[in-house]
Design a protein around this ligand. Structure first.
Ligand SMILES: [Zn+2]
Ligand SMILES: [Zn+2]
Length: 144
């Protein structure tokens, strides 16, 4: 994923300053970003895209499989680099989001579903909600 911009260029896509900035924002290893987070970050970097432009850009990046949408049940989408397959740990005390790689291969389950039900899984979402390490140290975790 080191050469996202070069790869886009080689496919004949125009690299606008906004597109370049968005890619570098996502590449900086940040948490999954919602539209408003992105807008704020872009503004702090001197970009003032209108709503349509930014949504169009995000749609483009998702269509090129550079980024992907995730839904953490907040009533808004978040966007992140689509460079590897992972899930998320969401702290319900401090809202921290951390990527996590599972040692279990869910593709095995998807094969089973296909064999048993004839249902072809094209994607899945699996996120974990709970209390992060630092919050539980602060005693923010109350078992019930
Ligand atoms: Zn998965
Ligand atoms: Zn936390």
């Amino acid at each position: 994923m080191q050469n996202i911009i070069q790869s886009l260029q080689s496919h004949g896509f125009r690299i606008t300053p906004l597109r370049q900035e968005l890619v570098s924002l996502f590449e900086s290893g940040c948490n999954p970003l919602a539209y408003d987070d992105l807008l704020q970050l872009l503004k702090s970097r001197g970009f003032t895209p209108n709503k349509t432009t930014l949504y169009r850009e995000l749609t483009f990046l998702c269509a090129q499989r550079i980024t992907q949408e995730i839904d953490l049940g907040e009533g808004k989408k978040r966007y992140e680099l689509a460079n590897d397959h992972h899930h998320h740990l969401v702290c319900t005390a401090c809202d921290a989001i951390e990527a996590v790689h599972l040692s279990t291969d869910i593709r095995f389950e998807e094969e089973k579903i296909k064999a048993e039900k004839g249902f072809v899984v094209t994607r899945h979402m699996l996120e974990f909600f709970g209390i992060c390490g630092s919050c539980s140290k602060k005693g923010l975790f109350h078992a019930n």
